[in-house]
Design a protein around this ligand. Structure first.
Ligand code: PDD
Length: 289
């Protein structure tokens, strides 16, 4: 089935949905977004995504145009209308139109709301192609905790990695690990997991948080703290997490093998915990519906 879009309440094909050139999202990248995975017709970790959406909007002073219940209904309707499984739901809220291009915010912004659902790649475990990464200095702004649509830096970094024959970048800010261009990074050091703390320099990833919670529940020690470059380079395993990648192994950094150069046992454990959690979530939701 085709992708669907709902722009300011009107359902339409994504390719025909139009916004004005005076929309601040178009002119300034003045908007917030979320990418929510959906499996078997149900958005996954939806409340967490909606909480982060609401936080990002509040951090940049865009009024949240919908209630939590309305968001939930809209995202779910998008998945249903698309008929895709797995699907992604892309949600974007911009500060809306400006009468003329100037930097000052409008007095009473009327946010533009876009929700789109489309086919997601099937992340079957036998499809996983472990990543080769390169390190780059993290030259993004210092509010990476806000999920803004201004993604110029992320695009430059990702495409620099591709240009150099790698899959993505691992970012370092003054010798400390932050994250990848569109995912969080978790290291396995011996039998524990180490990952950067949730501060203003990384996105507070929904997948990251869930994987760490599942790890703790599964008896795996977790340290959230400053992670130094040498720890990245000597890690036994490196794992990235995001809605798009779920739990994904990294086998090479800057041409050097990570561990033995194969996806490791910690990746397998975390992935198994994550897949089990997904199964339980579906069982619970189909039981209650
Ligand atoms: N990216 N860090 C960055 C910079 C991201 O853009 C993302 C998500 C993540 C992982 O967050 P989550 O687990 O909530 O997906 C970390 C989305 C998927 C994207 O831009 O497409």
């Amino acid at each position: 089935m085709p992708a669907v879009a709902c722009l300011n309440g009107v359902w339409q094909a994504p390719e025909s949905a139009k916004v004005s050139v005076l929309d601040r999202g178009f002119l300034f990248g003045d908007g917030i977004y979320e990418v929510i995975p959906a499996y078997r017709g149900k958005p996954f970790t939806l409340e967490r995504h909606l909480r982060r959406l609401s936080r990002s909007l509040s951090e940049v002073g865009i009024p949240d145009p919908l209630t939590a219940d309305d968001w939930q209904a809209l995202v779910t309707e998008a998945v249903t209308r698309s008929g895709e499984d797995p699907a992604y739901v892309y949600v974007q809220v911009t500060r809306g139109m400006t009468p003329i291009r100037h930097h000052e915010y409008p007095d009473s912004p009327q946010p533009t709301v876009l929700v789109m659902a489309y086919e997601a790649p099937n992340l079957r475990r036998d499809n996983i192609r472990p990543y080769r990464m390169i390190t780059c200095e993290d030259f993004r702004w210092q509010r990476a905790d806000i999920k803004t649509t201004s993604l110029m830096a992320a695009g430059l970094l990702k495409n620099e990695a591709l240009r150099r024959g790698a899959d993505d970048v691992i970012l370092l800010r003054e010798g400390n690990l932050t994250e990848a261009s569109a995912s969080n990074v978790i290291l396995a050091l011996g039998d524990k997991l180490v990952t950067p703390v949730r501060d203003n320099l990384i996105l507070h990833g929904i997948t990251r948080d869930l994987v760490l919670e599942l790890a703790v529940r599964g008896g795996i020690p977790v340290e959230e703290r400053v992670v130094r470059e040498f720890e990245l380079r000597s890690a036994d395993e490196i794992i990235i997490t995001s809605a798009g990648h779920e739990v994904w192994p990294v086998i090479e950094v800057d041409g050097e093998a990570v561990g033995n150069g194969e996806p490791g046992v910690m990746w397998q454990r975390l992935d198994a915990l994550f897949q089990d959690y997904k199964k339980e979530a579906f069982a619970a939701s189909s039981g209650s519906s």
